[in-house]
Design a protein around this ligand. Sequence first.
Ligand code: NAD
Length: 454
Amino acid sequence: MTHGEIAGTVAGLRKTFEAGTTKSLAWRVDQLKALRRMLVERGTDFEAALQSDLAKNPTESQLAEIGFVVGEIDHTLKHLRSWLRPRSVRVPGAVMPARASIVREPLGVVLVIAPWNYPVQLLLAPVVGAIAAGNAVVMKPSELAPATSAAIARLVPLYLDQRAVAVVEGAVDETTELLAQRFDHIFFTGNSRVARIVMAAAVADLTPVTLELGGKSPVYVDDTVDIDAAARRIAWGKFMNAGQTCVAPDYLLATAEVARRLEPALIAATRELYGDDPSASPDYGRIVNQQHLDRLTGLLPSGRAIVGGSSDEASLYLAPTVLADVPRDAPIMEDEIFGPVLPIVTVSGLDDAIRLITVGEKPLALYVFSENDKVRRRFLTETSSGAIGFGIPAAHLIVPGLPFGGVGESGTGGYHGDHSMRTFSHEKAVLSKPLKPDTIRLISPPYTTGKDRF
Ligand code: NAD
């Protein structure tokens, strides 16, 4: 799209919003059902696109992308009426008699900018909330997942109301032009460098933003847990989508004794998931592009590879890799890894682990494997993260009642289910007071005279 076309598209959506088209419950339900139909009827198109972009296994694509969004739609359709019901709140004595309530109204025209790693889920799950809340939407898929971007651009207009829902494909140039338009909310998922660009652009019109970012999500394992079971969960969460998951465990913290026991357990867990040669496994993904592969292989000297370590440029393959004996100041401990490399960093104990976590930026998620309630409570109260998972990485995002989002450097705002409704709505305060009896005269000037003016 040219710059003029982008501006024209956004202007067209605003006209539709102002005409009230997107506000009716019937329109919202109809659009959500259409989106659901698209995902079901064209599921194989999306599976093929995800296979092409990231070598995602079709089962994983259904679980983590297509089916995930279908689940979000079903949950939303089930609860939408109740989410839209005005919520009464108590009125204090000073204003009585009166009725007060909170009414959710749509914001207007919203922009959803998505990353490449879960290019269906992270684009369409926010769109579900935006439509459910009665907004017009521009979606901007990631140019780094080109097959998925093309599928979205081709299929969305066939199913959804083109007057109110638009797809703008492209990279920095197109996104910059989009950001020059006026929106009523910008929902961005990506890295914190680009988030700063988005937030700076939003300043011009005081546009509210939701920023879904990343960071280094730690895992702590102590000696009270079944080490084999913990290793299986950690390997599953880490190596899914070849580690290119924002809520993947980034690095592992354990005492030297626990780390020694974890090493063979992680070797066995990785083998159980992907066999002796993960490059031949249909279930193991590929790195999104050469630049990311180079960045990741550059991190391998940070430790001793006890699993993996091999790569293949031609197929963008990087083996699921576990690095032991990683010093805490190693290059791999600087930025979010966002790939299939799991460093193990040893700590002297719980205090040391908590200290190491809290000196860094607040992560998107923190995972704790411990059966000890005191240990769990200490992590819960002494650290801050978007989410905390006890005994399970990543799965909090499939619980629709939980807000999904970060804190500090890992993001601001949240979504999923009713939390998406909150994000994409204005909660309007409504107060209704009868003119008689005129109790306001009791508290109005002149203050010096008696308050017997009924
Ligand atoms: P990215 O920030 O590079 O790209 C995200 C979007 O921003 C893309 O659509 C891209 O076209 C656009 N963009 C890129 N550069 C831009 C610029 N200069 N100006 C305007 N727009 C620009 O992110 P990515 O590499 O696609 O995704 C990886 C990052 O996203 C990681 O940090 C990861 O942790 C994070 N992430 C977070 C979540 C979450 O839900 N919190 C989910 C997935 C990924």
